[in-house]
Write a protein that binds this ligand. Structure first.
Ligand code: ZN
Length: 441
């Protein structure tokens, strides 16, 4: 499973480029929480992994929410008094307030200005704005563009539709040896934004590709959904699957050059929280652990008190803390091929911990077994390989998991796991029953 750990530089680089290329194909699509953009995006994902898509009709009640009308857009522009397009959706889909109702009017600049959004601190960037749940229209433009608009009458056209239709989401299910599930969720509803949206979509897609066809302990469910309403809709429609979720990760903002951030689940000490913290401690990059808070991405829904699922959120730079967030500067240059590849490696390592974390029992617990006689004590005395064996033998009393042992010893999980496998081969260790495992989780 951990083949990603053994990747050499060249393979890492080519994997990164492949991932970045996938994100680049999705980048121009004008996505939203409903409509053809998200469906087209799911089509690209489906070309990589086995994906089922689901359509939920507008008006459907999902807990306290209602599936909104479907939004689609073909064109939008502001034309100056001479009829020249000065703001053009065809050049950048961020130019339109996402979910804008149709408009076809002429109006004075003074009135138009009430519908324009810019970022004065970053005068060359276009902001990303939405109005999903309140019917409105608007344009987002660079501050430079706005300051160049002279008084006069402008032609304003938004060729969009907002009508009954569907909310569409995608699900990739990989069956494992048990029905217990690991949930991987990402939002796929932002238009041309790379880190916030496409990095998560890309890492999740490649993670599913990496796991497909493997002999897996857990079953995996990957969700590609519109933010908030998608997670709420999925939760409302999948009460049975929800019962089987043992661990989960929301992936977002995971392709930029920043260090890792893992936001804990509401439970705070779930196995996923410990597995993520452990992998990040040993990942060789800067990493911080954040406490849970009821804001952020769809972990908010998975961790709502009625569900309280063990779902954390893995990011690089945290949304809202980098200036490029929700602007045109969150583009394909902002996400880096190698960072995408390393994010994938870290995700795979976290899942590796979950897949292999179990309790073992030392078969010779009275005194230390004589390792030298079995060829297990060679090499550097006190070296990490031998220390891993000693830790595993000492703590394998049927109650400590390998993750407990990795945490207590400070030795990386993969090494602890390799030691346990070797000791099993030599007859010094055996797997404790699953019941005992469950009592410790
Ligand atoms: Zn966002």
């Amino acid at each position: 499973m951990s083949i990603l750990n053994g990747l050499d530089e060249a393979s890492r680089a080519s994997l990164g480029l492949e991932m970045h290329g996938f994100a680049a194909n999705l980048f121009p699509i004008c996505r939203s929480i409903t409509g053809n953009g998200i469906r087209q995006t799911l089509g690209h994902i489906k070309a990589q992994i086995s994906l089922n898509t689901f359509d939920v009709p507008s008006g459907k009640r999902v807990f306290d929410w209602t599936v909104p009308k479907e939004w689609n857009i073909r064109d939008a522009y502001i034309a100056d008094p001479a009829g020249k397009r000065v703001v053009d959706f065809q050049k950048c889909n961020l130019h339109v307030l996402n979910y804008s109702v149709p408009v076809n009017e002429k109006m004075l600049l003074s009135k138009l200005k009430g519908h324009l959004f810019t970022i004065p601190e970053h005068p060359d960037w276009i902001p990303y704005r939405t109005s999903y749940y309140k019917e409105d229209w608007g344009f987002c433009l660079t501050h430079h563009q706005m300051t160049q608009l002279k008084d006069g009458e402008y032609g304003v056209r938004i060729d969009s539709t907002l009508q009954d239709g569907f909310l569409t989401y995608g699900e990739c299910f990989l069956a494992g040896r048990t029905r217990e599930e690991i949930l991987i969720s990402c939002h796929a509803c932002h238009p041309s934004l790379a880190n916030d949206n496409l990095s998560g979509v890309t890492v999740a897609t490649f993670l599913a590709k990496h796991l497909a066809g493997r002999d897996l302990r857990y079953s995996y469910r990957f969700l590609f959904i519109p933010g908030t309403i998608g997670a709420i809709t999925w939760l409302a429609r999948n009460r049975e699957a929800v019962e089987r979720i043992r661990h989960g990760l929301v992936l977002t903002c995971i392709g930029d050059a920043g260090g890792f951030h893992y936001k804990k689940s509401r439970r705070g000490n779930a196995e996923i929280d410990r597995a993520a913290a452990h992998v990040l401690r040993h990942c060789g990059e800067e990493a911080k652990i954040l406490e849970f808070s009821p804001y952020g991405y769809d972990e908010r829904q998975y961790c709502s008190p009625g569900f309280n699922l063990p779902v954390g959120c893995l990011m690089r730079s945290v949304w809202g803390t980098f200036p490029e967030y929700h602007t045109s500067a969150d583009n394909l240059e902002f996400i880096r091929p190698l960072k995408l590849a390393d994010s994938l490696r870290v995700c795979a390592a976290i899942l590796d911990v979950l897949e292999n974390n179990r309790c073992y029992r030392n078969e010779l617990p009275y005194g230390e077994p004589q390792l030298g006689r079995r060829g297990l004590y060679g090499g550097e005395a006190g070296g990490e390989e031998i220390m891993a064996r000693l830790w595993v033998l000492n703590l394998s009393d049927g109650h400590h998991t390998l993750l407990d042992i990795a945490e207590q010893s400070g030795i990386v999980f993969s090494r602890i796991c390799a030691a346990a496998e070797l000791l099993c081969e030599k007859g010094l260790l055996s797997v404790a029953s699953d019941d005992q495992l469950k009592s410790t989780v």
